[in-house]
Design a binder for this molecule. Structure first.
Ligand SMILES: Cc1ncc(C[n+]2csc(CCOP(=O)(O)OP(=O)(O)O)c2C)c(N)n1
Length: 350
């Protein structure tokens, strides 16, 4: 069994309970967003299986919703985010519409990448979204560039959050980027979604230290390890890292320990049940972050069962509407294939 679980906060600092400032409305929104991520995932897997979605792969995030929501919730509109392949719902949480994201998945002409990609290679500078790059780890050097741009523009209150799987922390780009970010005290928050596997490679063949966040020691920066299936624990550590960055004290690593309940992508479902023990999958199913958060909310006495539907009907309706909109949207015209692939000189305006 390859699971390495460390459900504890960092050894370095006791993290404050930022969660105490969340209102009832915040808690409902966090609950809603977690369900949004779950329904988004289930819908796409289902439609892919039925042949109604024929483009690309679906990289699921079932079981990782607490990370997507707990980390992105404290971001401000003026902050930047660079999600990776497993984080499609974060594009919506940072301001893209669900319709836009679905059009991207279906590769439609009106999608952010205008049909040239069907997954996470899309961005929007006005919304503070930097597109992901397929080369694992390379979002960190890109984040360093964004952080420098913010500094040069005098936007010292903004931060950039970027995401990685634990496997990506074994790349040269990770080391070069983190070293650079730490030396220059850049306002970067690195979220490591430690879901125990990089494709079929288990954690013990990826990272030699007990915690992935131990890598932070090499850069002299804070490293937090939290239970990635507990949205409020994720939220607390992320807020601490954001506060650190906004204060000009540099980057942090927040390792969220979780489990990839599915295959690497939809094409890997059968094999993923062969390279991972069934008991391991079953154990993590029991730690599903959604029922856990619901139980917590009910235990506060602030909510009735009816106030916490599973799933919230408006979430299902929003996703259904976006799917139908994407399906009836136009495909890109062949002649557009060579458009928008090279900036002829206007440069990137900030
Ligand atoms: C530099 C590089 N090496 C290999 C790949 C191929 N690849 C794509 S996703 C993946 C696994 C990534 O694992 P991890 O970083 O743990 O993230 P996860 O997919 O588990 O969320 C691999 C090996 C790549 N995209 N980039």
């Amino acid at each position: 069994m390859s699971t390495r679980v460390k459900n504890r906060m960092t050894d370095e600092e006791k993290v404050a309970r930022y969660r105490d400032r969340l209102t009832k409305e915040d808690l409902v929104e966090i609950y809603r967003r977690m369900w949004f991520a779950r329904v988004f995932d289930e819908t796409l897997y289902d439609l892919k299986k039925k042949g109604r979605l024929r483009r690309g792969n679906v990289y699921g995030s079932r079981g990782q919703e607490a990370i997507q929501v707990g980390t992105s919730y404290p971001l401000r509109p003026t902050d930047f985010v660079s999600p990776i392949h497993r984080d499609m719902p974060i594009f919506v949480f940072k301001g893209m519409t669900t319709r836009q994201v679905m059009c991207q998945v279906w590769g439609k002409a009106n999608a952010p990448s205008r049909g040239k990609d069907s997954w996470s290679h899309m961005g929007d500078l006005k919304l503070g979204i930097i597109h992901s790059t397929s080369m694992l780890g390379s979002t960190i050097p890109v984040a360093c560039g964004v952080a420098w741009a913010l500094r040069l523009d005098g936007k010292t209150d903004s931060v950039i959050m970027t995401y990685l799987g634990e496997g990506a922390t074994a790349t040269g780009a990770f080391h070069e980027g983190m070293n650079y970010a730490a030396v220059h005290k850049l306002p970067i928050i690195l979220i490591v979604e430690n879901n125990q596997y990089a494709y079929s490679t288990p954690i013990e063949l990826e990272v030699p230290t007990p915690r992935v966040a131990d890598r932070a020691l090499g850069y002299g920066i804070p490293g937090y390890t939290v239970d990635g299936n507990d949205v409020l624990e994720v939220y607390d550590a992320t807020c601490a890292a954001i506060e650190h960055a906004r204060a000009g004290r540099g980057p942090s690593i927040v390792e969220c320990v979780t489990y990839r309940l599915q295959g690497h992508a939809d094409h890997d479902e059968t094999r993923a049940r062969q390279y991972r023990p069934v008991e391991e999958i079953e154990m993590w199913e029991k730690r599903d972050p959604l029922p856990r958060f619901r139980e917590y909310l009910l235990s506060t006495g602030l909510f009735t069962e009816e106030e916490l539907p599973t799933p919230p009907p408006d979430v299902v309706a929003e996703i259904q509407d976006a799917v139908e909109y994407a399906i009836r949207s136009p495909d890109p015209e062949p002649h557009t294939a060579l458009e928008d692939i090279y900036d002829e000189g206007a440069g990137v305006s900030r």
